[in-house]
Design a protein around this ligand. Sequence first.
Ligand code: DX5
Ligand code: ZN
Length: 214
Amino acid sequence: MTCDLAPSILSFDLTDIRQSVRTLVASGASIVHLDVMDGQFVPPITFGDSYTKSLRSCTDALFEAHLMVNTPEHQFEAFAAAGCGRIIFHAEATVHSHRLIQRLRTMNVEPGIAINPGTPVEAVLPVLDMVDIVLVMTVNPGWGGQVFISSALEKVRRIRDLRPNVHIEVDGGIDPHTLPMAREAGANVFVVGSHLARSAELAQATKEIVALCG
Ligand code: DX5
Ligand code: ZN
């Protein structure tokens, strides 16, 4: 199973991100993690499909939309058209996760499902065989720079025991200290935002994190 770094651009300067994206990918990041917030599912509003599309020419790396929005299916077409090869929606944001995964599959988009720290693994058990990736939030969604919630790792362990081959992504508070713990629990995709955004030397910091991914 591959291990991937998926930098979140949320904590970078969003008006001046193109060179940072190129540096992240040139330094070993294989996925660009795009945090989409609607001011409803979570309080902040970030950006939408047009901003995402404007970044698409920076890199060929996989674009992964993390939709922290209600009625996520309203965004599927737009984010796929903007160049997202993977779309992750929240189990808490819909009562139709099974159907939405089917929908993404028919669109040839890799489907993913996310769960908040307060949501049990049971919420995704019925669809575990249908998704490419399960995103286990290790902070409450909405903001970068929060403290890692270690109790979420128990959910990672449980999902890994049940499904050796599904991608398990951890998102929130991941840095050189917490990444190894998440990896040991069974995660293989690591979202890193503020740790990289505040680094003095982005290429070097990215390479260090990639080395920890293994
Ligand atoms: C939080 C987002 C995360 C976040 C990660 O709602 O989903 O992707 O930006 O940022 P850090 O690494 O700062 O926790
Ligand atoms: Zn995210």
